[in-house]
Design a protein around this ligand. Sequence first.
Ligand code: ADP
Ligand code: ZN
Ligand code: ZN
Length: 811
Amino acid sequence: MIAQIIVDVPVNRTNRPFDYHVPPWLRPLIRIGSRVVVPFGPRQLQGYVIGIVEDDQAIPDRSRLKDVVQVQDDTPPLTPELLKMSEWMSKQYLCPWVTAVQAMLPAVLKGKSEKWLTATDALDEEACGRSGLLWELFRKRQLLLTEVEKQFAEEYLLVPGWIQSGLLATEYQVRDKITRKQQSFVRSLLDEGKLEEAIGSLPARAEQMRRVLQLMLMHNEQSLSVQMLRDEYGITRSPLKSLEAKGWIAIEQVEVYRDPYANRRFQDKQKPVFTPLQEEVLTPILQSIESGTYASYLLHGVTGSGKTEVYLEAIERTLEKGREAIFLVPEIALTPQMVERFKARFGADVAVLHSALSQGERFDEWRKIIRKQVKVVVGARSAIFAPFRNVGLIVIDEEHESSYKQEETPRYHAREVALWRAKENQGVLVMGSATPALETYALATRGRYELLRMPERVGNRPMPEVHVVDMREELQAQNRSMFSRKLHEMIADRLAKEEQMVIFLNRRGFSTFVMCRSCGYTMRCIHCDISLTYHKSNHTARCHYCGYTIAQPKHCPECQSEHIRFFGTGTQKVEAELAKLFPGIRVIRMDVDTTSRKGSHEELLNKFRSGQGDVLLGTQMIAKGLDFPRVTLAGIIAADTSLHLPDFRAAEKTFQLLTQVGGRAGRHELDGDVVIQTYTPEHYSIVHATKHDYPAFYQDEMMQRRRTGYPPYFRLVLITFSHEEVPVVIRGAHTMADYLRQRLAQTTILLGPVASPIARVKDRFRFQIMLKYRDEPQLSELLAQATAAFEEWNKQQKVLMTIDVDPYVLL
Ligand code: ADP
Ligand code: ZN
Ligand code: ZN
């Protein structure tokens, strides 16, 4: 028997399966999708079985094949569907196959190849000489080389010599990090009558022992957890030991799942009576679920229109059909509130996967899926790889969110993977958003997805009133504060009424664009129509796409004002200003500083929810999914910050943010106001956000994209190079660019090579090439060939190259 195995060497040269011989004793265990340990060069590595040839007569050279060393699981962690999907991903995203596989599995399953030291027969006390310590250690067991290095630094220096002279042998072993949580339980060994008898026979002072037996009687002889006995009844170990010694109870180790939601109580919620709009969008979705064929929908519904109820209903129907459902939410929106809604509806059928869980917790949730103990998965991006076998429905909430794109290899987009999976399984894909990504909406208007609309809020709640404040006028009126007079007045009003507000600081990445504070003019590239980025070192403003550079002007080219400078402000500054202007105001600040500790995000939100704060102040992270009944004001300090990022999606992101923030106010009984402060009130993203008019924004933005040649009209590939030396990285980039230029279609545009926007990271210089194309059917193959050619050139150079298909981050 021969197994075809992809091995954990994530470079392109090894990006193909290798044949291994399967020794007879492993044959009953090995399956397609198994994790295995195989020899590879001098080491042992982890690998994944992608094929098995029972009859190996036809394989040439089969006697030269090495043996599979170990099969790591009794059930393969990879389903046939996931294997097929990983192969597709490796082609689609030009990543090593094995990295696609690894992205699908919990981190603890990734085995590390480690070097172990074992004593040979030649190693005895005498040979150890003065290091009696090592002799003591090695006599008993193997040691990990890295452990010796860490703990016995002095002895470590001897190790190479000992290996050389044959006293120690080295061996590579692959171990994964799987741990399973065990808990102690006590079980009664007596029947009811005997129990009562035993209780009676105990001396009066054996109070704890009697208590345990009484509890056993009450719980019909079920097992009781030792931890519960301690926490709730203060029962210590020793009475349990005594009972065990008498042969009345057994103390047993039982494996349990680490459940981060174990101590929460979830209320059963009544299903609401659907609104006519909900009925209308549910009809086609439920029909598709009923028919069990592939269909895809874009659900465009304003915030508060009741989308989540639609998803829940669709999931319920899917489960009724005996199929499984995946529900994706952006990491940041995966709040306990959200989880609660699912647990309340589907109880123990739900697994939750997100990055705030420990690796062990994640593994346990994942095992519930592979063991078919749950039917619904709620999770962030990587939950799309849930190892279900019969996916009937995939929902992607807030489908426009950029967190669905993974920014490391494999650079996949969960939306594309979901589409593949829905098609593969004849399942239904529902993507929902109040502000769909332009790419998605464009495909929907062309009929690739069916477009469903919910333009009104549940219960006819009005959309909040939006006030746009022109900050240039504030400056003219001698108001140099970061709060406009309007926002100031409204904050004071809410404080007086004891209502709550969110204040939002629009700040992403480096906000170092150049702007005139008198007229709002910003400097943009004449070729690319994106903002120029200020470079402090030489006082220039530069385009990060094409390299266009000009000197930083001293006066505004539009209005001659001297108030032209780079721009940016922080949450702490806003907090200080609030405290100064409104003495006694209670501000809850949420940013990367205050939320880095595990659980702190939730703590702060609970604090705000329970009314311990007047203002929730923060960045992006407060814009999403939060639902607070008493919030009646949303303020946006500087709407422009995201508008002038060196990113062709800047206007789209601004529109999304303004819409999201606006959606936070007035969701319940109280009416809401939104104040948007801006230096460019005339910009279409702000004008349309004010009117909650997505279609109008879409029209304007599409025109921009067409004019500048960006998605959805063109597709992009970003190729980034890095190296410690500038000349080397430049040569690498040009080698790749030249190869591609000679072979790309006429209509494809190759931009660069230019220095990347972030030109140096960790002392490596970065250059990039951008491809803009409309139709390049052989692109994947061409890029694979180009990569091979590049690697040939790169043998001596060690330039790092990454290829990002449909990139989101262009830095
Ligand atoms: P979205 O996901 O579109 O922002 P939600 O599904 O969260 O909207 O609904 C907004 C609010 O309206 C929630 O508090 C929800 O419980 C409530 N809601 C949704 N559908 C109904 C309905 N049919 N009847 C009454 N309340 C509803
Ligand atoms: Zn100006
Ligand atoms: Zn440019």
